[in-house]
Design a protein around this ligand. Structure first.
Ligand code: ARG
Length: 277
């Protein structure tokens, strides 16, 4: 059992951060993999952030769920450089899964936990304007512009916006966009205090596989250039570096660790990697 004095200490340690981040927007991104086992804890953390005066925005993808549903429908998932080749039929599945399943599930859980969440897609508003990333990938989009107004309108009324990573093209077509990218662009457009990416690794690792607690922008760029970050961590670090154009701090934390969000935000040492200017 934790002693009463220790428990009080935990709350006292959190106070400077609660003060500093009061009224500030925090863009939190969860992926299908990271949210899996610790969904309840993560969403509870988000509700807590809201109730201590912050303005969390949840951005989500849903890769594994999309792949699973495609399989059930007999559609073969095809990837190039980690990106899902998205034809019209696959885009229908992406839309159905993200806005018909993943988002309502997150929203329902947040609401059950007292969070007052509202789900939306980047197409709503529209909030996220997209353009094709590469003709070979079909309807995979890149973000051209974010109109933050629909999100801020919800935040002002006390809601937690839950945004699916879909964008609307000038051609009226929906585009499938990487959720880390959407989260970074949304954080920039909102002038957020933080971008926080929940993933399924402890953070950015150095050559001896230890978590890099804090990383400067220039060092982050260097790690990318030298190929010192691999696989799925590359787009995450890129998203953090992009966010730093307007956001002071971007974090990569382990969504599998219970309450990693609270530990990162409300303790001095944090638990993951903090990327700073
Ligand atoms: N709680 C503080 C913040 O969110 C510090 C976090 C430090 N985290 C780290 N990985 N070094 O700003």
């Amino acid at each position: 059992m934790v002693e009463a004095a220790e428990r009080a200490q935990v709350l006292v340690e959190a106070l400077p951060y609660i003060k500093r981040f009061h009224g500030q927007t925090m863009v939190v991104k969860v992926g299908g993999n990271a949210i899996g086992e610790r969904k309840e804890e993560t969403l509870l953390d988000l509700v807590l952030l809201r109730y201590v005066g912050m303005q969390p925005v949840l951005v989500h993808g849903g890769g594994p769920e999309i792949t699973a549903m495609s399989q059930r429908l007999g559609i073969q998932a095809e990837f190039r450089n980690g990106l899902r080749v998205t034809d019209r039929q696959t885009m229908d599945v992406v839309k159905m899964v993200l806005t018909g399943k993943v988002s309502p599930d997150l929203v329902a859980t947040l609401n059950r936990l007292g969070g007052q969440a509202v789900g939306m897609s980047g197409e709503d508003g529209p909030t996220v304007i997209a353009e094709p990333l590469d003709p070979e990938l079909g309807l995979v989009g890149k973000v051209v512009q974010v109109n933050p107004e629909p999100i801020t309108a919800l935040l002002e009324r006390g809601y937690i916006p839950v945004l699916a990573s879909i964008g609307l093209g000038y051609d009226g077509q929906a585009y499938n966009i990487n959720a880390d990218t959407v989260a970074a662009e949304v954080a920039v457009a909102l002038g957020a205090a933080k971008l926080i990416l929940l993933t399924d690794v402890p953070g950015i690792l150095d050559s001896s596989q230890r978590v890099v607690t804090e990383l400067g922008r220039a060092d982050g760029r260097r790690m990318l250039e030298r190929g010192e970050v691999q696989g799925g961590m590359i787009p995450k670090l890129e998203a953090c570096l992009r966010a730093l154009d307007a956001v002071p701090q971007a974090h990569i934390i382990d969504g599998r660790q219970p309450h990693s969000l609270l530990l990162e935000l409300f303790t001095e040492s944090g638990v993951g990697t903090m990327v700073v200017r």
